[in-house]
Design a protein around this ligand. Structure first.
Ligand code: ATP
Length: 295
C-alpha cells in the first residue's frame, strides 16, 4: 500500500504550488498516510469504462473529529449531465466531492458510481477514472508538456496540444519562450491563477475520464480565464459527467441542474431560472453575491 502512494509523496516534493496548495497537498498526503481504515475490499472492482452515473443515497457524514456535516443527502446524476453544487462557505460542497473519490466513507447511506458503491472499487483505479481539478491543484517544476501529460503516459504531443486547445491554453503556451517545453518554476512560474487552472483542466481532460469534478477557484482567477474555463466546459464532447463546485454564479447559468446545499442538506435543485423564480436559498445566495460585488 505504501508503495502505491509513493508517486503522491513525490508530487508533494516536486510540486510548485497554487496559492493555498500547500494546505491541500499536505492534507492529501496526510489522508493517504493516516487512513488505515479506508482500504480496498478483498475483491475490489477495477473501475473501467465508466458511464459516469453518480448517486448519493441517504448519505450522512461527519469528519472523524467533528460534528455532522452532510445530512441525509440524496441525488442522482445521469451520465453526461452537467451539475453545479452551490452553497455558502462550509455548507459541505467539497465534502461531497471527497466522498465521491472516496477520501472518506460516509457513516450512513451509499455513494454509487455506475450503480456500484464506491467502496467496492479499487481506490487508486477510481481516482484515475475521475478527473479532479481542485482549487489548489498542483503543477510540477517540469515542462508544460509534462504537466499536462502527467497521468497519461500514452499521450502524444498532439494529444497534449489538443487538450490545451480545448481549454484555450494553446495560445498563451505558444507565446512562452519555449512553448510546450517551458519549464515551470516554483509557484507555476509567471503564470496567472487562471492559466494554471487551465493547465490542470487540460491534464484532467487528457485522461478521458467519464467524470470531471471541478472545484472552481473562489477569486484568484481573472475574469477572462473564468470565461475560457466555462467555455471549455460548455464545449466538452463525449458525454462526460461534470460536477462543478461553483463559487461564481454566472458560470453555471446554463448547467443542466444546480444542487443547492445549505448546512449539509440539499434544500433546492433545478435550473438557474427555476431556482431564481423559486425565490429561496439560491436566490438569496445570488443576491448576496451580486450585492457584495456591487459594494
Ligand atoms: P467552501 O465553499 O468554503 O470551500 P464547502 O461548502 O466546500 O466550503 P466543506 O469544505 O465541504 O465546505 O466543509 C464543510 C464543513 O466541514 C466545514 O465546517 C469545515 O470546517 C468542515 N471540514 C472540512 N474538512 C474537514 C476536515 N478534514 N476535518 C474536519 N472538519 C472539516
Amino acid at each position: 500500500i505504501a508503495q502505491m502512494y509513493q508517486p503522491i509523496r513525490q508530487i508533494t516534493r516536486l510540486s510548485t504550488r497554487f496559492s493555498k496548495a500547500s494546505v491541500s497537498i499536505e492534507r492529501i498526503s496526510e489522508i493517504l498516510d493516516t487512513e488505515p481504515d479506508i482500504q480496498d475490499v478483498p475483491d475490489a472492482v477495477l473501475p473501467k469504462d465508466l458511464r459516469g452515473e453518480i448517486e448519493f443515497s441517504h448519505v450522512s457524514f461527519g469528519y472523524p473529529t467533528g460534528k455532522p456535516i452532510l445530512r441525509d443527502i440524496s441525488f442522482h446524476i445521469q451520465p453526461g449531465e452537467r451539475v453545479a453544487l452551490v452553497g455558502a462557505s462550509g455548507a459541505g460542497k467539497s465534502t461531497i466531492a471527497r466522498l465521491l473519490i472516496r477520501l472518506y466513507d460516509p457513516q450512513q447511506g451509499e455513494v454509487r458510481i455506475d450503480g456500484i458503491e464506491v467502496g467496492r472499487y479499487q481506490r487508486t483505479g477510481l481516482r484515475r477514472e475521475i478527473g479532479v481539478v481542485l482549487q489548489d491543484s498542483i503543477l510540477f517544476g517540469t515542462s508544460i508538456r509534462e504537466n499536462i501529460g502527467y497521468g497519461s503516459p500514452d499521450a502524444t504531443l498532439d494529444d497534449i496540444e489538443a487538450a490545451a486547445r480545448l481549454v484555450h491554453a494553446d495560445e498563451f503556451i505558444r507565446n512562452l519562450p519555449d512553448g510546450y517545453d517551458t519549464v515551470l518554476g516554483e509557484s507555476g512560474g509567471n503564470l496567472s491563477g487562471g492559466q494554471k487552472q487551465r493547465l490542470c483542466l487540460a491534464r484532467a481532460l487528457l485522461r478521458k475520464s467519464s467524470i470531471l469534478i471541478l472545484d472552481e477557484p473562489t477569486s484568484a482567477v481573472d475574469a477572462k480565464s473564468q470565461a475560457l474555463i466555462r467555455d471549455a466546459i460548455d464545449n466538452l464532447h463525449g458525454g462526460k459527467t461534470v460536477l462543478v463546485i461553483a463559487h461564481q454564479f454566472h458560470t453555471i447559468r446554463n448547467f443542466d441542474r444546480i444542487l443547492v446545499l445549505k448546512q449539509g442538506v440539499i434544500v433546492e435543485q433545478g435550473s438557474h431560472e427555476a431556482l431564481m423564480q423559486m425565490g429561496g436559498h439560491y436566490h438569496e445566495l445570488y443576491k448576496l453575491q451580486h450585492g457584495l460585488r456591487a459594494a
